[in-house]
Design a protein around this ligand. Structure first.
Ligand code: CP
Length: 326
């Protein structure tokens, strides 16, 4: 068990070793138990976390703010448009300055080909740890909550369990590719066989897919790519189906929407869930385009674990904050 994570950034899913992720999970379950029985756990009393958002959020903002309060500290919500960033504060200046005010800086910046570089720029200049609340490449805290949820539902030994990470149709907007990328990087380390399903134009970043394949080889797990949603679902123990934009094909939103609209039949419905294992769970990080990405029947049905998933954001994030910010 590797426990010394004080001062560490979490920007990419692989920034923490497998053993360190196991430590995070152990602490997360301990904190979940403490909250369940009303046991105070002010591990970060008098500590502060800056929450810098360049993109909207429900779960991430609320769980980080609430989590810091439960740990005895304070989180400051900072909407980037209310700052002087557009008037010239650079990533280095933000790292230097906020790193002196706060004990941690959490950032959400999902702009394609901008966000991840921004987070790393802040981290290079900051003396406080930088936590990635989602960038254009990774969504590591979502993935930690997802892993925690899968283990709660399927057991801690996930070898021979299949997760399908599938694209789904959405009409609302072109969603980031960070969630599927984080999943395919992290899940092989915990023994899961990964099937990635998407229409041809919705490929993920080749370097991320290559790294995911390398992780699968290292841990002796399966990794395959298919271009048919139902084929991907076949015998899956975990169905994780959500939309993302065709960013590697085009970064033009109008062109992207046209491509997306070709695949309106990529919806998670009861018929597709029947192709998965009988006790398969359905996962989605939310928000979902209801009855477009997934039918309400599935989303509100007995196989759906989306609310447990959302809850586990709180516990996983508190664990990382407690380990990195003391
Ligand atoms: N899943 C997730 O990150 O939700 P929000 O965008 O609401 O934070």
């Amino acid at each position: 068990m590797q426990t010394f994570l004080r001062g560490r950034d979490l920007i990419s899913d692989l920034d923490f070793s497998k053993e360190e992720v196991e430590t995070v999970l152990d602490v997360a379950w301990d904190l979940k138990r403490k909250r369940a029985v009303g046991e105070p756990h002010p591990y970060l009393r008098d500590k502060t976390l800056g929450l810098l958002f360049f993109f909207s959020s429900t779960r991430t903002r609320c769980s980080f703010e609430s989590g810091m309060a439960q740990l005895g500290g304070h989180a400051a919500f900072i909407e980037s448009r209310t700052t002087q960033i557009s008037h010239g504060d650079t990533a280095t200046e933000i790292g230097q300055i906020l790193g002196r005010y706060f004990d941690g800086i959490a950032i959400r910046h999902c702009d394609w080909r901008v966000g991840n570089g921004y987070l790393n720029g802040v981290a290079e200049a900051s003396r406080a740890p930088v936590l990635n609340m989602q960038c254009d490449v990774y969504h590591p805290f979502q993935c930690l909550a997802d892993l925690m949820t899968v283990m709660e539902k399927k057991g801690r030994d996930l070898r021979k369990k299949k997760i399908v990470v599938s694209w789904a149709y959405a009409s609302s907007y072109l969603k980031p590719i960070s969630v599927p990328q984080s999943l395919i990087l992290q899940m092989p380390r915990f023994g899961m066989d990964v099937t990635l399903a998407y229409p041809e134009e919705f490929m993920l970043m080749p370097e991320i897919v290559d790294e995911a394949k390398a992780q699968a080889r290292k841990y002796g797990t399966g990794f395959e790519i298919v271009h048919d949603m139902a084929e991907g679902f076949r015998d899956a123990d975990v169905v994780y189906a959500k939309s993302w934009g065709p960013l590697l094909t085009t970064d033009d939103p109008v062109e992207g929407k046209k491509l997306q609209d070709k695949y309106q039949d990529w919806i998670t419905d009861a018929a597709k869930m029947r192709v998965a294992a009988p006790d398969a769970i359905y996962m989605h990080p939310l928000p979902a385009d209801r009855d477009i990405e997934v039918t309400s029947e599935v989303m509100d049905g007995p196989q759906s674990v989306v609310f447990d998933q959302a809850e586990n954001r709180l516990h996983a994030q508190k664990a990382v904050m407690a380990l990195t910010m003391w």
